[in-house]
Design a protein around this ligand. Structure first.
Ligand code: MG
Length: 171
């Protein structure tokens, strides 16, 4: 059985903050304004994985009112969600990501983001797709005031021995 989930995230950009996208620090004069590290790519991905597995959304799992998540490393949160997805009996098959940013241009960083996300998820490179889009000057992203991400994740029931877990569960 296959399942699909979708996630999106947006953060405003401001001076004096780091810009972290896909768990990669991107050189820029502005960064995400957020309670955590503001990594819109991993936040959208977490919601896509959670949605596919039937888990609560990122705000419910990791509330921004909880001081434990101040400046949190979103890679740690992603690994925790992957554990929970596994506990639900699913394995991640692939993820597809669209990063929306006017500045900086992200094409030089796509390969390193892809490799880092593949490492965090324990997936081969060809299971992680990253596309970078600009906002064409028409909205907050297009004016360089925000970054955003749209993510889709595909899951499959984990195999247990020679049998699928769905067969064992009788699902
Ligand atoms: Mg966020």
């Amino acid at each position: 059985m296959h399942r699909v989930g979708i996630g999106t995230d947006t953060h405003r950009l401001g001076p004096g903050r780091r810009l972290v996208l896909g768990h990669v620090a991107i050189p820029h004069d502005h960064g995400s304004i957020a309670h955590s590290d503001g990594d819109v790519v991993l936040h959208a991905l977490i919601d896509a994985l959670a949605g596919a597995a039937g888990l609560p959304d990122i705000g419910e799992m990791f509330p921004d009112s909880d001081p434990a998540y101040r400046d949190a490393d979103s890679g740690v949160l992603l690994e925790e969600v992957c554990r929970r997805v596994g506990d639900c009996g699913y394995a991640v098959v692939n993820v597809d990501l669209i990063v929306h940013a006017q500045r900086p241009r992200l094409s030089p960083y796509k390969a390193v983001m892809q490799a880092e996300i593949a490492r965090l998820l324990g997936l081969p490179l060809d299971a992680v797709s990253i596309k970078a889009k600009t906002g064409e000057g028409v909205d907050a992203v297009g004016r360089g005031e925000a970054v955003a991400c749209t993510a889709v994740a595909g899951l499959a029931r984990k195999a247990v021995g020679n049998r699928l877990k769905t067969e064992i569960d009788g699902a």
